[in-house]
Design a protein around this ligand. Sequence first.
Ligand SMILES: [Zn+2]
Length: 224
Amino acid sequence: MNIILLGPPGSGKGTQAQLLSATYGLKHISTGDLFRAEIASGSPLGQEIKEIVERGDLPADSIAIALIEKEIEASGQKLILDGFPRTVAQAQALDKLIARGVFEVPHVIMLEVDEALLVERLTNRWMCSQCGATYSPWRLPVKEGVCDRCGATTFEKRKDDEEEAVKHRLRVYHEKTAPVVAYYADKGHLHRVNGAMSLQEVEAQFVRFLGNGEGPQVKTHSSH
Ligand SMILES: [Zn+2]
């Protein structure tokens, strides 16, 4: 099973991707993490990505596609993609990987949240300086001041979570990513989930849906 999670910035994609990856044994591939890793490597490409991301824009399709293709070809199946595809060109690149048999036809799930709530969420969150895990008043670390994912104790506000950059990101989202939602809806592949509810309620919607049909391949035997 492969999953593509779509949704505007602040819809909770990253957090849900982490939960689903644990529940179904999927590898979580976040373009945000791939970009941050490239930036941290100090490469010229990383420097280019840094400047683009800090002003609230998205790296070019060619950059995102190259990074994600490398991951998909390394990891095979059982992936959850978070932040990709963000444009129709990226969705078409993914379709080519599906046609080549490198990537299994995914469940495409759209997390829907209204705009006022997105702005409130995004301007009130912070990130682990070490690994990029995101926290907010609605999702605090289990142990105060310590990152759940990597144990680091330093946090920072993301530059692209400042209010001006947030509004810019939402405009970019509507312009570039809303057509991706239409692209999958036209194929009849899209499932919509209400992302405005609590984490647990959102996850329950996923489990109800993914438990049906072909279902997740997590059980090795059936006991009832
Ligand atoms: Zn961390």
